[in-house]
Design a protein around this ligand. Structure first.
Ligand SMILES: NC(=O)c1ccc[n+]([C@@H]2O[C@H](COP(=O)([O-])OP(=O)(O)OC[C@H]3O[C@@H](n4cnc5c(N)ncnc54)[C@H](OP(=O)(O)O)[C@@H]3O)[C@@H](O)[C@H]2O)c1
Length: 295
């Protein structure tokens, strides 16, 4: 066990530490549940709560959290990019992604990390996907797509990443990021469903990083757009079976659930904050208490 992890903000071994998540909206967040379950399973005198922070209050909130000597915090929508302006330094990966979802208080300095990158790649690595010469389709060009590209840039032999997004300016920016990361990224026309279908049918891995699916809305990728055995990853985790994953199931694809990313980004954040191995099974069980286990 890392002794430093138990130092806390004071000196006693059982000292109290506080963590939180900031976002707007944030009441739906499952991070307090996962982290508090993990803290109590390891008998740590730590606690984690959620704060709703509107955009215009971000700067003063970060200032206050620093003054309170918060041990660490998560950052969710809409602050993942903006928070970069108000913290002291960034990890290498957070710098590459230009977005932060985890902040750690390191001797009074707030250091930003992006554990969404790990959250995204861990479920793919768990399935031992061979990235050599594969074609990937990514839907979306927001913060999670940035994390996906940084994660995928570690896999050297990907043939092609096709990206489709509604907002063309954002798509152009994400294609530039892909180039910086030395990935072969190709923009697709959002309105051309014939091309989308063809590309989708040829993809070995499909990742939805848009919010489509959150409200049970329909994915543009119907079951006849997907080939059997393709890996289909929907990062939307509520509902657990989104319309895309239902379509993928009908097509005989391998499913990767959004809760897996949620779990693995939390695991990495826990380990950055505490220096301890995260109790992944406890954290997963806490999520299944909400969703039920996917079958
Ligand atoms: N599982 C996890 O751990 C995890 C982690 C992070 C995020 N998420 C989920 O992933 C989703 C995206 O998060 P983010 O941080 O990347 O958000 P973001 O930066 O705001 O990006 C949102 C993306 O969704 C697209 N989009 C939204 N509504 C759409 C619609 N009706 N039709 C077509 N495209 C639409 C946007 O397209 P435009 O650019 O055209 O607006 C953009 O590409 C959210 O639902 C979030 O809850 C899950």
């Amino acid at each position: 066990m890392n002794k430093d992890a138990l130092k806390g903000n004071g000196n006693s071994k059982k000292s109290f530490k506080s963590f939180c998540i900031i976002g707007d909206p944030v009441s739906h967040s499952l991070s307090p549940l996962m982290h508090n379950s993990a803290f109590s399973s390891l008998n740590l005198n730590y606690s984690y709560i959620a704060f709703r922070v509107p955009q215009k209050e971000l700067e003063e909130t970060i200032y206050s959290l620093k003054k309170l000597n918060i041990a660490g915090f998560n950052v969710t929508l809409p602050h993942k990019v903006n928070v970069v302006n108000f913290i002291d330094d960034l990890s290498y990966e957070a710098k590459k992604a230009g977005a932060v979802n985890t902040v750690n208080n390191e001797d009074g300095k707030l250091i930003g990390y992006n554990t969404d990158i790990h959250g995204l790649i861990a479920p793919l690595e768990n399935r031992q996907i061979d990235f050599n010469n594969i074609e990937i389709l990514i839907m979306g060009a927001g913060g999670s797509c940035r994390a996906a590209l940084v994660a995928l840039s570690e896999k050297k032999k990907i043939k092609k990443i096709n990206i489709v997004n509604r907002d063309q300016k954002k798509l152009e920016k994400i294609i530039s990021l892909g180039k910086e990361l030395r990935l072969n990224c190709i923009p697709l026309d959002y309105d051309n469903s014939t091309v989308l279908k063809e590309v989708s049918l040829n993809s070995n891995l499909i990742i939805n990083t848009t919010s489509i699916g959150l409200n049970n809305d329909s994915s543009p990728l119907k079951s006849n757009f997907m080939s059997k055995d393709t890996f289909v990853f929907d990062i939307v985790y509520r509902p657990i079976f989104t319309n895309l994953l239902n379509n993928a199931k009908d097509a005989g694809c391998n499913l990767i659930f959004g809760y897996e990313m949620l779990l693995h980004q939390a695991k990495k954040a826990f380990e950055i904050w505490t220096g301890l191995k995260a109790p992944l099974d406890v954290m997963e069980k806490s999520l299944f208490g909400i969703f039920g286990e996917p079958k």
